[in-house]
Write a protein that binds this ligand. Structure first.
Ligand code: HEC
Length: 105
C-alpha cells in the first residue's frame, strides 16, 4: 500500500470515529500529518497521557507559536522538536487550525 492510501485510510477511519462529537471538527478538514500527532495528543486533541497537553479548543495563535518555538529550539522538548522539524510551515498552520477548532472537554 502506498503512503498516500495509508494516509487516506487513517483519515477516513478517524473521521468515522469522531462521529457526532466531532460536529465542529467536520467543519475543519483533518490536515495531513495529524495521524502523526494522534498517538500522543489524540485525533480529538484530548491527550491520554498525563504528561501530554490537550490541544482541543486551544487558541490557534498560541498553538502555532508553540510549534514554531519547538522547531527553533526556543522551547525544548525532544519529540516535539523532531515532529515540528519534519513538517512544513503550512502543515503546522493547518494542524494548529484543526486542533483549535475541536471541542474542549
Ligand atoms: C511522542 C509524543 C508526541 C507526539 C507524536 C506529538 N506531540 Fe506535541 N507534545 C508532546 C508533549 C509531551 C508535549 C509537552 C511538551 C513540554 O512538556 O514542553 C507536547 C506539546 C505540544 C504543543 C504545545 C501545547 C501547549 O499547551 O503548550 C503543541 C502545540 C503540540 N505538542 C503539537 C503537536 C502536533 C501538531 C503534533 C503532530 C505533528 C505533535 N504535537 C506530536 C508529545 C507529542
Amino acid at each position: 500500500m502506498t503512503r498516500f492510501f495509508r494516509t487516506m485510510l487513517a483519515l477516513g477511519l478517524s473521521t468515522a470515529l469522531l462521529g457526532a462529537g466531532g460536529a465542529l471538527a467536520q467543519t475543519v478538514k483533518q490536515p495531513v500529518g495529524v495521524e502523526a500527532c494522534a498517538p500522543c495528543h489524540g485525533m480529538d486533541g484530548i491527550a491520554k497521557d498525563v504528561e501530554v497537553p490537550h490541544l482541543a479548543g486551544q487558541n490557534v495563535v498560541y498553538l502555532l507559536n508553540q510549534m514554531k518555538a519547538f522547531r527553533s529550539g526556543e522551547r525544548k522538548h525532544k519529540e516535539m522538536r523532531w515532529m515540528s522539524r519534519h513538517m512544513t510551515r503550512e502543515e503546522l498552520e493547518a494542524l494548529a487550525i484543526y486542533y483549535a477548532s475541536l471541542p474542549r472537554i
